[in-house]
Design a protein around this ligand. Structure first.
Ligand code: C2E
Ligand code: MG
Ligand code: MG
Ligand code: MG
Length: 288
């Protein structure tokens, strides 16, 4: 291969293109197998109430339990799955698995809390999304108020479609949040028209709040705006106690990030549901 590549630019280009498409074909085949064999697992990251330090929600995050390569991060396959359309069956699996797990926790007697599921663009534009979600809720027996769907700003660019879809989801009784808020298209004019419940401040703003006054200003402004619009607000990617204090002082409702816990498997999450998140005791978010 190296010899072949060295010959001329055209061949380098050609063989690279070939290997790219071969890789894509291989990935597509492997993903199809993964869907058929259900090679996926969900990890769960706690969402913590900043006042009480209690877990008030969890975000379900997919991992691919590849038979040879081990756990593969969503960053390595979600965008491909989205392009190829395979995200639709994957997304359905995630939705069902998340609702099922939340119902199990409720049956085990843990305090009831919503589970957040990331919706992909294709899912959000899918025909009869409401019917599909409603079906999963019925099958799993989960009360709709304990399901939260995360969409991104890019999915709201078709404003009429977004409002229509969101209204249908609200009719079901599920909650909706806007993920990675601040990184995409956002019209404040439409924001007030969207029937949503919560904004998730993207972690790229949270990361530098202690060192970059612009990021600090953006975060405090988003928080203040959510209060005026009667939305809840959660900060993503909280990694330090200083960030937590800053968010607490500026009246952010909830926090999610490595400071409390990375995404963990169901067993570890259950441990935290029973004993609390370790960092909460030593911070301004004190457990009570
Ligand atoms: P996201 O929905 O914004 O999820 C948050 C991501 O940030 C997660 O990465 C989480 O592990 C990571 N994170 C949380 N706290 C911290 C922190 O304090 N510091 C840092 N550096 N990172 C933190 P993950 O699990 O690798 O997921 C990446 C993205 O993949 C997600 O971003 C979401 O866009 C997508 N994704 C994950 N699961 C699904 C799914 O089931 N369906 C769809 N459509 N997308 C998914
Ligand atoms: Mg998310
Ligand atoms: Mg996010
Ligand atoms: Mg993201």
């Amino acid at each position: 291969r190296a010899k072949e590549k060295g010959r001329n630019d055209f061949q380098i280009f050609n063989s690279d293109m070939k290997s790219v498409s071969l890789n894509r074909l291989k990935l597509e085949n492997e993903l199809r197998r993964a869907i058929a064999q259900e090679e996926f697992v969900l990890f769960y990251q706690p969402q913590v109430d900043i006042e009480t330090g209690r877990i008030v929600g969890v975000e379900a995050l997919i991992r691919w339990a590849h038979p040879e390569k081990g756990l593969i991060s969503p960053n390595h396959f979600i965008s491909f799955a989205e392009e190829s359309g395979l995200i639709v069956p994957i997304g359905e699996w995630v939705l069902r698995a998340a609702c099922k797990q939340n119902k199990i926790w409720q049956n085990q007697g843990f305090p009831k809390m919503p589970i957040s599921v990331n919706l992909s663009m294709r899912q959000f534009f899918q025909h009869n999304l409401k019917g599909k979600i409603s079906h999963v809720l019925e099958q799993t027996g989960l009360d709709p108020q304990y399901l939260e769907l995360e969409i991104t700003e890019s999915m709201t660019m078709d404003v009429d479609h977004a409002i229509q879809s969101l209204l249908e989801l609200k009719e079901l009784g599920v909650h909706v949040s806007i993920d990675d808020f601040g990184t995409g298209y956002s019209s404040l004019y439409y924001l007030k028209k969207f029937p949503i419940d919560k904004l998730k401040i993207d972690r790229s703003f949270v990361r530098d709040i202690m060192v970059d006054p612009n990021d600090a200003a953006i975060v405090t402004t988003i928080i203040a705006m959510t209060h005026h619009l009667n939305l809840k607000v959660i900060a993503e990617g909280v990694e330090t106690e200083e960030q937590l204090h800053f968010l607490h002082q500026n009246r952010c409702n909830e926090v999610q990030g490595y400071w409390f816990s990375p995404p963990v498997d169901a067993v570890e999450l259950e441990h935290m549901l029973s004993h609390g998140v370790p960092a909460a005791a030593s911070s301004s978010a004190t457990s009570s």
